[in-house]
Ligand binder design. Structure first.
Ligand code: NAD
Ligand code: UDP
Length: 311
C-alpha cells in the first residue's frame, strides 16, 4: 500500500510518515519547506520505502505509479505563519486541495484532508460538535486560514458527492509534541522556549481564553483510524481537557522550573477565539478512539525536545 503525505516535513506530516512506515506502507512525502524542515524527516531519507519530493502542491502535482491514500497536511498552520503568508495559505487550501483531489481521482485513491477547529472560528457553541457551523470573520486576519480550510472541506465534500471519491475530513484541535518549530509562535513552543531561556512568557490578553491540547501520538492514532473507517463527514480529533492560557503559562513555569522566567502580558490578537474544546463523542462512537495521553504526560514527553532545541 502506498500513501502520499503532503506537508511531510512539518510537525504532523513527519509523525504521520513515521506511523504509516511502521504500519508497513510505502510513503511518499511532499513538501516545499516553507514552514517545515528536513530535520524532521532526516531519519527517513535513507529508507527505501520513503521517497521525498520537494514540491509546492499549489502547482500541478504529479506522482508516478499507483497510490492508495493521500493525506493532505500541507499548509502554514500557526497564526504567525499564515499572517506572514496569507496568499500561500489560501492557495494551498484551495488550489492545492483541488490538485490533490484531482490526483486522488486519477489514481482512485482515498483522500484525507487536515481541517481544523478554526472552521468553528470564535465559537458561540461550547464545546464544539461537528454539526456546529462556526463563527468566522472572513475578512479578519485569521480569515485566510479559516476560510481556506472551510473551502477545502467544501471542495472535498463536492468531490465525494459528485465524483464518488472516497474522502475523509479530520478537524484537528490544538496538537503539540516534539518537532514543533520552536519559534512558530504557537503558544506551547513560545511558552516552553521562553521558560527555558528565563524570559517572560508572552500571555496575550488577560489569559482567560481557553484551549485544549492534544498530544501528537493520540492525534495520529485518531487520523489513522478515521482514514480506515468508512465515514466521509467531518470528525473532530482533539483532547477535551480545557485550560485557560494563564493557567497554562503557570503550568509551564512550574514544569520548566527556571526562576528567571515570569509572565509578560501582551495585547490579545484580533479575532482570537475565546474558548475552544472539542466534543469528541463522534470519534469515540465511530472509531472507538479516545485520547490516552494526559497533558502532564504529554508535556513530559515534549520538554526534552525543546530543551535540546533551545539549548
Ligand atoms: P507545520 O507548519 O509543521 O507543517 C506544515 C507543512 O506543510 C510544512 O512542512 C510546510 O513546509 C508544508 N507546506 C506548506 N505549504 C505547502 C505547499 N504549498 N506545498 C507543499 N508543502 C507545503 O504545521 P503542522 O502543525 O504540522 O500542521 C499540518 C497540517 O495540520 C496543516 O494543514 C494544519 O492546518 C493542520 N492542523 C494542525 C493543527 C495543530 O495543532 N498542529 C491544528 C489544526 C490543523
Ligand atoms: N498565545 C499567547 N501567547 C503566545 C502565543 C499564543 O497567549 O505567545 C495565546 C493566543 O492568543 C491564543 C492561544 O494562546 O489564545 C493559542 O494560540 P496558538 O497560536 O497556539 O493557536 P490558536 O489556537 O490560536 O490557533
Amino acid at each position: 500500500m502506498k500513501v502520499l503525505i503532503t506537508g511531510a516535513a512539518g510537525f504532523l506530516g513527519s509523525h504521520l510518515s513515521d506511523r504509516f512506515l511502521a504500519e508497513g506502507y510505502e510513503v511518499i512525502g511532499m513538501d516545499n519547506l516553507i514552514t517545515g524542515s528536513m530535520d524532521n524527516i532526516a531519519h527517513l531519507m535513507p529508507r527505501k520505502d520513503f521517497t521525498f519530493y520537494h514540491h509546492d502542491v499549489s502547482k500541478f502535482v504529479h506522482v508516478p505509479g499507483e497510490l492508495d491514500y493521500i493525506l493532505h497536511f500541507a499548509s502554514p498552520a500557526s497564526p504567525i505563519d499564515y499572517l506572514k503568508m496569507p496568499i500561500q495559505t489560501l492557495k494551498v487550501g484551495s488550489l492545492g486541495t483541488h490538485n490533490l483531489l484531482g490526483l486522488a481521482r486519477a489514481k482512485r485513491a482515498r483522500m484525507l484532508i487536515a481541517s481544523t477547529s478554526e472552521v468553528y472560528g470564535d465559537p458561540l457553541v461550547h464545546p464544539q460538535r461537528e454539526d456546529y457551523w462556526g463563527n468566522v470573520n472572513p475578512v479578519g486576519p485569521r480569515g485566510v486560514y479559516d476560510e481556506a480550510k472551510r473551502f477545502q472541506e467544501a471542495m472535498t465534500m463536492a468531490y465525494h458527492t459528485y465524483h464518488g471519491l472516497e474522502t475523509r475530513i479530520v478537524r484537528i484541535f490544538n496538537t503539540y509534541g516534539p518537532r514543533m518549530r520552536i519559534n512558530d509562535g504557537r503558544v506551547l513552543p513560545a511558552f516552553i522556549s521562553q521558560a527555558i531561556r528565563g524570559e517572560g512568557l508572552t500571555v496575550f490578553g488577560d489569559g482567560s481564553q481557553t484551549r485544549s491540547f492534544c498530544y501528537v501520538d493520540d492525534l495520529v492514532e485518531g487520523i489513522y483510524r478515521l482514514l480506515l473507517s468508512d465515514y466521509a463527514q467531518p470528525v473532530n480529533i482533539g483532547n477535551s481537557e480545557e485550560i485557560t492560557i494563564l493557567e497554562f503559562a503557570n503550568e509551564i513555569l512550574s514544569l520548566v522550573g527556571n526562576p528567571k522566567a515570569h509572565l509578560d502580558r501582551r495585547p490579545l490578537p484580533v479575532d482570537d477565539p475565546k474558548k475552544r474544546r472539542p466534543d469528541t463523542t463522534l470519534a469515540e462512537e465511530l472509531l472507538g478512539w479516545k485520547p490516552k495521553v494526559s497533558r502532564a504526560e504529554g508535556l513530559a514527553k515534549t520538554l526534552p525536545y525543546f530543551r535540546e532545541k533551545v539549548g
